[in-house]
Every structure is written in structure tokens, then in C-alpha cells.
Design a protein around this ligand. Structure first.
Ligand code: FAD
Length: 375
């Protein structure tokens, strides 16, 4: 079956200029869909999973994010994504709502893309259930284990395990017995690796100490045997995260004992609360330094394009810069006919050097963490 995105709809903010398929509707995919739609491109957004979120990490959101992405100056408070440190879920929800409200974006969940291809006239993807979607360009926003990367960088298709896992959790301050609360991000060291602790707004947006959420990201380079045994790492490739129920009881016990011995309150309490609720996720970290970001009518954004260690704190803003650069290149050149290749080559030229530098800037940290503990 062949499904061409319809070009007939018009939401009034620009003429329809062409069509794009974006693979992956997480943060990078949603942001790119919004900036592409702003340039008049009809976007078909294909997402493997259903509506559920996948990570408990926190992200720094820049001011006026939705305004930058959509060009809309009047965004009501209910729809706005507040600036500052926010949970991954709240940012994802806000971007998804903006995409759903944009008539140029069609979001299809439960759609797994297996391959992409192109010729002189257009590009297309095929899905696991046998459908084919055609458009002027294909954008891979399918994360660190990208399928689309194979078509852009066939000589370097995989990101590489960086040598450590990050334990992530979020606790409610109201559930903890701590006496004092942090003002901002805390950076602590432990035998296994550093801990980043960060206060986050409560689910209702409250920033009052004692009623917020406390998130943590605990770097740990001592669990590689567990990661390999569980299949989370295969060779040098990260296969999956460890969900709360995939973390063995013995590891929960060790994390609890180490948190008790190594961290002060309230971070110790936050970790113990998550350990006791069995509400921790283990994410093995990978890295990818790109040699290219585009090949003809197919390009990559976000973690599909470049994977820095989270220690850089910049994966999200790099994805925003990708989305903006992509839209700028398409505004300059268009996406119809031969213009598509020129636009994506311009996008690559704009972003490649910064993307490489960003990943490389975190590699020294990764190497010393992995080496330090292994030694
Ligand atoms: C533990 C951790 C902590 C982090 N902390 C920070 C931080 O503090 N600050 C920061 O800026 N960044 C941080 N990052 C990085 C940041 O989250 C990402 O860079 C950013 O969210 C962009 O991710 P993405 O959308 O490119 O990829 P992902 O979030 O991985 O999304 C990829 C999407 O593609 C979908 N997909 C994959 N394959 C297919 C397929 N074949 N077909 C259809 N859909 C598919 C997936 O289901 C998913 O929805 C962190 C990352 C991790 C892992």
C-alpha cells in the first residue's frame, strides 16, 4: 500500500511548500515537525510507540520555546512550556499538544519504520506492517539507535556504548523526611561515579521547596557485567534501557546501601524512596560523533544525528538547533525537486561542526569515568 500525505490542507500561516516524513515523535521529531510545518511543509510523523513516555530525565528549556518553534507570538499559559529545568514528560506533553494542534502535522503512533529509500523525485519509508509513505524528504528523528542513520551514514550506523549506566529516578519532596531542600542543581561524587540532583516543578507546576519533585541522574561505571548479561549491551552497541522491573533485587539493595553510605540528605532520601518503590530506570549511555547529517533527500536530527553524553546537558538544545537550522535551509531552498538535496546539504553544513564538537566535548568525561572505575 502506498500512502501519500495530502497537500490540500492549509492552516493559513503559509502556503504548502512540500512534504516531509519525520520518523520518531519524541522531542527532536516533534520540534522538527513544528518548524517544518511553520515553513509550509506537510509533515507525516511516524512513531513506533503509543502515547506513553519513556524516560524520567530532566531538561533545561529555553525561553519562548513554542514561539521559536511555531512562530506564534500569542501562546496561552495553559499551552506554554515553562522555561528552566522541566521533566522530560512535561516537555514531551507540551510539544505533542502543539503538534496535534497544527493542521499540517499528521501523527501516526504504533508505526514502526524499517527502512528508507530515495530516487531523484522523492523519498519514502516502509513500515513493519507493509505500508509505504512518500514525501519530498525523510527526516530521521529516531534516537540513538536510529534506523534511518543506516541510509545517511552506512559506514558508521551505530552509536557506541560509553562505558557506564545512569540510574534515574524522581521522588516527591512531600514523601521525604528531609529537613532542608536544595536551591538548585547539586553535583556530588561517589565511588561509582557522579550524581546530579535537581529540583523539578511539582506536577501542578509548584516551585515551593518541600512540595516539588527531586530528580537524580547517578552515573555508574561498575555495572557492565549486569548490562551485558541482561542484553542491554551487545558488543559495543546499546540495545535497551533497564526498566524498573528488569533491575535485579540485588542491584536495588546495592544502590540503597551505596546511597546511604555516600550521599547527604535529601539526595540520599530521594534515591532510597525510588529504590524502595522500585521506581528506578537504568539507561546505558552511548555516544555518536557524526561524519555527516544528510544524504540526498534524507537527513538526521536529534540523537539520531549526534549522541553526546547527558553530562553535556545539551542534547535537547542541540535538537532544537537542528530543527531551526532545518527549517531555515528549507525556507532558503525549498523541498520540491532538486531543491531538497540542496536544502539538506545546507542543513548539514550549518550543523555538522557544532554537532561533532558537542559530542567530542563530553568524550573526555566519559573516558575518564569508564577508565577510572575499571582501573
Ligand atoms: C539519561 C539521559 C539523560 C539526559 N539528560 C539530558 C539533559 O539533562 N539535558 C539535555 O539537553 N539532554 C539530555 N538528554 C538527551 C536528550 O533527552 C535528547 O538529546 C533529546 O531528548 C532528543 O532525543 P531524540 O528525540 O532525538 O531521541 P529519543 O528521545 O530517543 O526519541 C526517538 C523516538 O523515535 C522513535 N523511534 C525509534 N525508532 C523508530 C522506528 N524505527 N520507527 C518509528 N519510530 C521510531 C522512538 O520510539 C522515540 O519516540 C538525556 C538523555 C538521557 C538518555
Amino acid at each position: 500500500m502506498s500512502t501519500k500525505p495530502t497537500l490540500a490542507r492549509n492552516d493559513g500561516h503559509a502556503e504548502t511548500t512540500g512534504s516531509a516524513i519525520v520518523v520518531g515523535a519524541s522531542l527532536a521529531g516533534l520540534m522538527s515537525a513544528l518548524t517544518l510545518a511553520r515553513t509550509g511543509v506537510e509533515v507525516t510523523l511516524l512513531e513506533r510507540s503509543d502515547d506513553s513516555g519513556r524516560t524520567g530525565a530532566a531538561l533545561h528549556v529555553e525561553h519562548d520555546l513554542l514561539n521559536r518553534l511555531t512562530g506564534r507570538t500569542r501562546i496561552n499559559r495553559r499551552d506554554a512550556i515553562p522555561a528552566g529545568l522541566q521533566t522530560w514528560h512535561s516537555v514531551h506533553d507540551g510539544l505533542r499538544a502543539a503538534a496535534r494542534a497544527d493542521s499540517r502535522i499528521r501523527l501516526l503512533p504504533n508505526t514502526i519504520v524499517d527502512a528508507a529509500a530515495q530516487n531523484h523525485n522523492d523519498a519514502w519509508v516502509t513500515t513493519r506492517d507493509g505500508r509505504k509513505f512518500h514525501a519530498d524528504i525523510v527526516i530521521g528523528a529516531d534516537g540513538h539507535r536510529s534506523t534511518i542513520r543506516r541510509h545517511v551514514a552506512p559506514d558508521k550506523p551505530h552509536s557506541e556504548f560509553a562505558g557506564y549506566v545512569i540510574w534515574i529516578g524522581i521522588a516527591q519532596e512531600s514523601e521525604l523526611r528531609a529537613r532542608s531542600w536544595p536551591d538548585g542543581v547539586d553535583f556530588l561524587s561517589s565511588t561509582n561515579g557522579p550524581l546530579l540532583g535537581y529540583p523539578l516543578p511539582a506536577k501542578d507546576g509548584t516551585l515551593t521547596p518541600g512540595r516539588r519533585q527531586l530528580g537524580f541522574a547517578w552515573y555508574d561505571a561498575t555495572r557492565n557485567t549486569l548490562l551485558r548479561k541482561s542484553g542491554a549491551i551487545d558488543g559495543s552497541v546499546v540495545q535497551h534501557s533497564l526498566t524498573a522491573d528488569q533491575i535485579p533485587e540485588e542491584i536495588y539493595r546495592e544502590l540503597g546501601a551505596e546511597a546511604r553510605a555516600e550521599f547527604p540528605s535529601p539526595w540520599r532520601d530521594a534515591i532510597l524512596d525510588c529504590v524502595n518503590r522500585r521506581a528506578v530506570i537504568g539507561t546505558p549511555i552511548s555516544e555518536y560523533v557524526p561524519n555527516n547529517l544528510a544524504n540526498g533527500r534524507i537527513a538526521l536530527v536529534g540523537d539520531a544525528a549526534h549522541v553526546p553524553t547527558p553530562m553535556t546537558g545539551s542534547g535537547f538544545s542541540a535538537s532544537l538547533h537542528d530543527a531551526e537550522a532545518l527549517a531555515k535551509a528549507i525556507t532558503a531552498h525549498g523541498v520540491k525537486g532538486p531543491a531538497a538535496k540542496l536544502a539538506l546539504a545546507t542543513y548539514e553544513r550549518t550543523r555538522l561542526t557544532d554537532a561533532r564538537r558537542l559530542v567530542q566535548s563530553g568524550q573526555q568525561f566519559s573516558r575518564s569515568l569508564a577508565r577510572g572505575v575499571a582501573a
